[in-house]
Design a protein around this ligand. Structure first.
Ligand SMILES: *Cc1c(COP(=O)(O)O)cnc(C)c1O
Length: 362
């Protein structure tokens, strides 16, 4: 018998069970072609249909306008930390908002190519909040303003986008992409690795406004790191991550069948509210993030006692709740409650935490 746990991993993370079952059924013989999607040529008609449908469904879910192009790339979000400056840093200057590990890494990478200014930061209070970005000292010659929109490690999220004073906004949405509706036109470039909230590891989806796709990239930028290489070649300049695209395509169809992003937002808000409300009344556990900066996707919490945290992680694992240990940089606990985490998983976790609290608060 198949045993499935509740997987609260930050990524790679839980996928919809329906999608996994469908993929299993199609594993040996994809729709009568006698082979799996892993084995077929990326130049075949069969695969062209898969990638075309995936892009069309993705565009439909986010309501992406004609003047934005969709890119399927490899190298993870981490390679984007370099691709962003290589493609967009024409004046060799960009402004970064530091809200955690991933923003910091992106900023450090950009400084290999030019001046990466830190124009706001929440480092002073251990990245437990999103700084006020309503009146930023945006550099006059900045090519873009960069944010990490949902901070996977610290559990904070921008609920209001910064005022970039007319500069293109670039955002890493790796851990919140497709969790709620998003107005793509507010961004110059937005990208996310898919292994958090969408599919298996191995791909980043980028959405870019077409005037930002140019030949005018930094000298020495390899072909595979130029946005234009992807948009000129239908995302198939070389062999794309075929199987990841196929699974992501299935997740897009699953999202559409669930009611699209407005419905996902409703569900995600419901799950997050239950968990945060529990934390707010608990006498043992407490959330680590300021209330108005809380992430819908990654919920960080602690007991305040490292031994008690370790006990909780061990006992929760034994009870079928996997991967609740916090990021190695911050300790404590983290429950990642992405799209595919069912409401029941969150309810069962809360019931378990409640029991644990009663047993351990004497
Ligand atoms: C996980 C993560 C990354 C790193 O992704 P890789 O695919 O491992 O390169 C970058 N940014 C955010 C917000 C993430 O959550």
């Amino acid at each position: 018998m198949t045993k499935r746990v509740y997987n609260f991993s930050a990524g790679p993370a839980v996928l919809p069970e329906e999608v996994l079952r469908e993929a299993a059924e199609e594993m040996l013989d994809y729709r009568g072609c006698g082979m799996s999607v892993m084995e077929m040529s990326h130049r075949s008609k069969m695969f062209q249909n898969i990638i075309d449908e995936a892009e069309a469904d993705f565009r439909e879910l986010l309501g992406i306008p004609e003047n934005y192009k969709v890119m399927f790339m490899q190298g993870g979000a981490t390679l984007q930390f370099a691709m962003v400056p290589m493609n967009l840093m024409k004046n060799r200057t960009a402004d970064y908002i530091l809200t955690g590990t991933w923003a910091k890494k992106a900023c450090e990478e950009a400084s290999l190519f030019g001046t990466a200014n830190v124009i706001a930061s929440s480092a002073d209070r251990a990245f437990s909040y999103i700084p006020d970005c309503s009146d930023l000292p945006v550099s006059e010659n900045a090519d873009y303003v960069y944010i990490c929109q949902n901070n996977t490690v610290y559990g904070t999220q921008f609920h209001k986008l910064p005022d970039t004073k007319g500069k293109p906004l670039v955002a890493d949405v790796s851990s919140c992409i497709l969790s709620e509706p998003m107005d793509v036109t507010k961004y110059g470039y937005v990208y996310g690795g898919v292994q958090k909230n969408v599919g298996p590891a191995g791909m980043v989806i980028g959405v870019i406004r077409d005037d930002l796709i140019t030949e005018d990239v930094l000298p020495g930028t390899p072909k595979m790191m130029r946005f234009k290489t992807y948009t000129d070649n239908g995302n198939m300049y070389n062999t794309p991550p075929c199987y990841t695209i196929y699974i992501c395509g299935k997740v897009f169809k699953w999202l559409k069948a669930m009611g699209g992003l407005p419905e996902m937002q409703r569900r995600n808000q419901e799950k997050a509210k239950l968990l945060y409300d529990f934390l707010d009344q608990s006498k043992l556990f407490k959330g680590t993030v300021e209330k108005d900066s809380r992430s819908l996707m990654n919920v960080d919490f602690i007991t305040g006692d490292a031994d008690m945290d370790a006990k909780f992680v061990a006992e929760s694992k034994a009870a079928g709740f996997e991967n609740l240990k916090g990021h190695r940089l911050v300790g404590g606990m983290r429950a990642s409650i992405y799209n595919a985490m069912p409401l029941q998983g969150v309810c069962d976790l809360i019931a378990f935490m409640d029991r644990f609290e009663k047993e351990n608060l004497k």
